[in-house]
Write a protein that binds this ligand. Sequence first.
Ligand code: ARG
Length: 298
Amino acid sequence: MPLHARLADWPRRPGQLPATQRPARVLLADPGRFDIAEVQNVHMAGADGRPRRVDRSAARRQWQALADAYRSGGVAVDVLPAVPGLPDLCFTANPSLYLPLPGGGGELWLARMTHPSRRPEVEQHAAYARARGYVLREMPARVTRFEGSGDGVVHPGRFLLHAGIGARTERAAWEALAAAHPELDILLYALADERFYHLDTALAPLDERSALLVPQAFDRDGLELARAAFPDAIEVPLDEALRFAANAHCPDGRHVLIQRGCARTEAALRERGFTPVPLETGEFIKSGGSVFCLKQAL
Ligand code: ARG
């Protein structure tokens, strides 16, 4: 049974699982139409409850610096063009989930977006995948909420998936993935705090043993599972977690692209031998996303 919601029911550890390859490419999307048109999560509302205002030219500069950081780190970058009417398209973590398979290659699973306004983004990912020859997979019709790698976080180098259940993804999605891949271990986490509405706001894998982890986002069972899967986890202080420190991305097991100004998380990373690459993503944080949300690794 590949789904595990409690540590007592998970007999294996990452080192015993089939090896997979880390992706060396990311898919980004041009932020030319980025905006906050409706409040989809608690981060998107200002003090008056209305959508926060985005500075689109600042967003463009921040996004460009992110793309440059990937390229100078040796990661290939593909870019979806901006599409009128799709203000969240730049958050490429959500409309799909790339699952690397043992033995090489992988599958791109198309999402079922919670908000109707984001549903057309999925077709943009599908078209990209078809053009590049990726294997496309779809959830069965009964799955209505599945937000891709926002809630499905791949364990580096192992056939293991960390799977959030909450506002954006339902358990049925992980059951469908489990049925398609009986060899895949899937660890289920009930998301316990609306500020951490996607698993990727609270868990950022670094290497096979390490991750950035936000304890407040999990219930007891989930926290126990995450600590067992990542025995060298770095626990992020809440104030830095709320500045999206745990929405970082480590493409190579060493460099960590992370929101600027999270000094204690950066220090902890350096102490463990990682190299933080601080980037400003403040315009995107207004929409509830930082580095991890802005890419699909595939
Ligand atoms: N405004 C977007 C939403 O609420 C932000 C998505 C951020 N992505 C993420 N993987 N956390 O859907």
